[in-house]
Design a protein around this ligand. Structure first.
Ligand code: SF4
Length: 240
């Protein structure tokens, strides 16, 4: 069966130089351009979802905390053993920080992450009756969870469109596609929440992350295979 998260290969085409791509002149142009972006993302990644393996909201929270400055692949290698060793929130709340640090060592920043995980487990047990909360404000009070983590958990585990996940891919691509002029994730998210309809927030984040991994990569984006080339006037397009 085809993997729905793998981009449909597009024929390689000549890349349009950024100066030759007309910029939208008014609200109607901007809307049409946005719809083209949504259509292409839907075509490429119709069922994009979070790549972090998890069975419930708690596991997703743990995996998302571990994914800071680390690839999802690496996290997915660590979490099966981790969840076997610490099957419940209580188990992590009572873990030895030194031992937990060693368990998650390969994800990097392991001392900070182990402190966050133990803190998160204790907070959820003491303040939220052992349930990962379902609101942004409550999640932001959990150690290790900033807006990005909260959006991942609320969107993927609970289907609550609380915002747009802004990771490094979403940050870069929002700028290349001129959906924001900002550079700070919180401001980028605010810009995206204005132009992306709320019922797309969850899917859009995952689609853009997949797009960033496979096509609009950080260095030398694959513009010759990108269906958004005709509407993209990013200065760092790969022309040859
Ligand atoms: S790969 Fe990125 S930079 Fe290149 S045309 Fe597509 S959106 Fe623009």
């Amino acid at each position: 069966m085809a993997n729905p998260q793998v981009a449909v290969p597009t024929p390689v085409h000549p890349v349009t130089p950024p100066k030759k791509v007309p910029k939208p002149k008014n609200a109607t142009d901007r809307k049409a351009r946005l719809n083209r972006i949504f259509d292409e993302l839907d075509r490429l990644f119709p069922s994009a979802t979070c790549a972090l393996h998890h069975d419930n909201a708690w596991q997703l929270l743990v995996a998302t905390i571990l994914s800071a400055q680390c690839t999802d692949e690496r996290v997915n290698k660590v979490t099966p053993e981790l969840f076997k060793k610490y099957p419940t929130i209580e188990d992590l709340a009572n873990a030895s920080q030194d031992e937990l640090s060693q368990d998650i060592r390969t994800t990097g920043f392991f001392n900070n992450k182990s402190r966050s995980l133990i803190g998160a487990a204790n907070k959820i047990l003491s303040d939220y009756h052992g349930q990962v909360p379902r609101t942004m404000d409550e999640l932001l009070a959990v150690p290790g969870a900033a807006r990005k983590t909260a959006n991942v958990v609320l969107g993927t585990a609970y289907g609550i469109p609380s915002g747009v996940v802004v990771d490094t891919h979403v940050q870069r691509i929002s700028q290349r596609l001129d959906l924001t002029k900002n550079t700070e994730p919180v401001k980028i998210e605010q810009d995206l929440m204005k132009v992306v309809p709320q019922d797309r927030w969850i899917l859009f984040s995952h689609q853009v992350i997949h797009f960033g991994r496979q096509i609009c990569i950080a260095r030398k984006p694959r513009c010759a295979s990108c269906p958004l080339d005709p509407i993209c006037y990013a200065k760092d397009k790969t022309l040859a």
